[in-house]
Design a protein around this ligand. Structure first.
Ligand code: ZN
Ligand code: ZN
Length: 599
């Protein structure tokens, strides 16, 4: 049925848009019947679109009265149900099956995207796979970009990146929507795997690297990025700590007059703070015209990981004054801020407010923050009590904070309890064993140290190698412990020697005993001076301009000897050094660190 202008612009149809109630809609429907509009496809599509959000039953009644519905009408109703009635998507699938009961009908490329979307949010894996075979059967091979993009999203959300990537490669000249689908899928999954706010990165950055790689490919094609693309790109930059590419993205937004909306703003704040530029993060935050809860969360989180607990709390208060409601993430980042600077009472107040002010029940993650807060401050018994009394089963993160704090405060009894739970929950994680062995070493129980090491050997557990990244003029250089693969190895090791001599002149005493075992996961056998961050700092001193701070990204915690020497190097060489380790930032400047040695 061809739709022609007189029908498309019929005054009755204009009324449809104004229908806010089912009653009003029924009146317009009656008019359509008396004027005979309801036998034409286009008017029918319009009333289905208006009726479906108001009443699914009514929309279905209208649809069932159509004698020969076209695929266009099927598609309209299917996608409207999936958009407006997430709990009734099975009805949409029923309609899809009904297409085949009409001899002359066949689904087309507009039928599938919403169905794949529905499979994604349930998630109906088998439905999705079955649909994919039907796409291959019923659609021409030169399939439309939207179908490809929705298929690709479906597989990417299942974590099947090889299939998603294969589908993407099949698309000749992908358009902006398709590029955004694949980039967003990679970026989202990279940050999902680091969902715990209290950890900056999980050490596996392959998905984020893939985003940067794909983005370069996109730039080589003629497709120009938009806001959605940049959000994906920035999230990868945050994860990897690639400041230069992040700054490029910011400049691109400004130069091309893209919208600096809350999404882009939040991504920029997050990128700057995770790349160590807290000032730029705050400038961006300050200049945003509109700020939502997510923008505040990113900025509070930024202050938190940089150790500015009080500023984080001030912002938390300001946010509430502006009438924005804190969400779960706000609570978590604010408590994290308190915990890292020892603001125990303030942190407890925030925890209590979850129930008293906002009327919610604290989540597992909130309990995690509370335990961390108390344990770090040395209130270990209280922390252990909280774990015992919490209404849900504690996870490994909770026991790990208790263990970490027990080590710092030398409480062996609580440390052992925590470790037993931890090894039960994650028998393969090397860090747990290493923490306990460090603790035994600290009080000279060398036999127990040996036992733990043997336990690790028996369980075939290996430590994750430490690595540090440093960006020099836009290129990332990676160093492992004792690394000799860099082209400038000779100069780097000479520099390390020079640094060590100057450290000795300044009275630095390598903390050999403690250090041997304080190193969380790095090889103790290797000499301290060749820890990956030491090599990275030496290289940066040689290769970068003296006026810019040195930014290092490390996948593990910094050991206490590297921490001490980092502080001294910042005075001796008059350089600001910013190290992002697995948990937080250390700004070494004029001989002190922003963490105040509390990490
Ligand atoms: Zn070290
Ligand atoms: Zn520090």
């Amino acid at each position: 049925m061809k739709s022609f202008n007189p029908i498309c612009s019929h005054p009755t149809l204009q009324l449809l848009e104004k229908c806010k109630t089912l009653y009003a809609l029924k009146q317009v429907h009656a008019q359509m019947i008396t004027t005979g509009l309801n036998i034409h496809t286009y008017p029918l599509s319009r009333i289905l679109l208006s009726a479906s959000p108001l009443s699914l039953t009514y929309a279905l009644t209208i649809f069932n009265q159509i004698t020969n519905p076209t695929v266009f009408l099927f598609n309209i109703l299917i996608s409207s149900i999936i958009t407006h009635h997430k709990n009734h998507t099975h009805i949409a699938f029923g309609l899809y099956n009904r297409i085949f009961t009409h001899k002359n009908l066949k689904p087309n490329c507009f039928t599938y995207p919403s169905l794949f979307k529905a499979c994604g949010f349930h998630p109906w894996v088998l439905h999705g796979l079955a649909l994919h075979t039907q796409v291959l059967k019923f659609l021409e091979s030169s399939c439309d970009h939207y179908v490809q993009a929705s298929l690709l999203n479906f597989y990417a959300n299942l974590g099947k990146f090889d299939v998603a990537r294969y589908l993407f490669n099949q698309i000749s000249n992908p358009d902006l929507a398709t590029w955004n689908s694949i980039l967003t899928a990679y970026a989202r999954n990279a940050s999902n795997s680091t969902s715990c706010v209290s950890r900056i990165t999980n050490g596996d950055s392959s998905l984020s690297l893939e985003v940067l790689y794909l983005f370069t490919e996109m730039q080589n094609s003629l497709v120009r990025p938009n806001e959605v693309t940049l959000v994906a790109l920035l999230s990868a930059c945050s994860d990897l700590g690639v400041l230069s590419q992040g700054i490029w993205a910011h400049a691109y937004v400004v130069k091309n007059n893209l919208k600096l909306n809350c999404h882009v703003g939040t991504s920029l704040i997050d990128m700057y703070s995770k790349c160590g530029c807290l000032n730029l993060a705050y400038q961006t935050f300050d200049h945003l015209r509109q700020r939502d809860t997510l923008c505040y969360n990113a900025m509070i989180g930024g202050f938190a990981i940089h150790g500015y607990g009080q500023r984080a709390l001030d912002l938390y208060k300001k946010m509430r004054l502006e009438g924005l409601l804190p969400d779960n993430v706000t609570i978590v980042v604010s408590m994290f801020a308190c915990s890292h600077v020892g603001l125990v009472e303030e942190g407890c107040k925030i925890f209590d407010s979850i129930r008293e002010v906002y009327g919610n029940e604290p989540t597992l993650e909130h309990y995690g923050c509370l335990v961390d807060l108390l344990a770090r401050a040395g209130r270990l018994q209280e922390a252990e009590e909280k774990i015992k009394k919490m209404p849900m089963k504690p996870n490994a993160i909770l026991w790990r904070s208790l263990l970490g704090a027990a080590r710092v405060h030398g409480n062996l009894a609580i440390g052992e309890v925590a470790l037993k739970h931890l090894i039960e929950l994650e028998p393969e994680t090397s860090g747990n064993y290493v923490l306990l062995s460090n603790m035994y070493a600290k009080i000279n129980r060398w036999d127990d140290v040996k036992k733990v090491r043997k336990l690790m050997k028996d369980h075939d557990i290996y430590k994750m190698p430490g690595s540090s990244l440093v960006e020099i003029n836009g290129t990332m250089h990676e160093f492992l412990i004792g690394d000799k693969t860099h082209p400038c190895t000779k100069e780097i090791y000479l520099k390390v020697e020079e640094i060590n001599n100057r450290l000795l002149e300044y009275g630095h005493k390598p903390r050999t005993k403690e250090v041997l075992f304080d190193i969380e996961e790095e090889e103790k056998e290797d000499s301290l001076s060749y820890h990956s961050e030491r090599l990275a700092i030496a290289f940066a001193l040689i290769a970068s301009d003296a006026s810019v701070p040195i930014r290092i990204i490390k996948n593990l915690r910094v050991c206490s000897d590297c921490h001490d020497s980092g502080k001294l190097v910042s005075v001796i060489y008059q350089r600001e050094i910013i190290v992002r380790d697995r948990n937080r930032f250390h700004h070494f400047k004029d001989g002190t660190c922003s963490c105040l040695d509390y990490w």
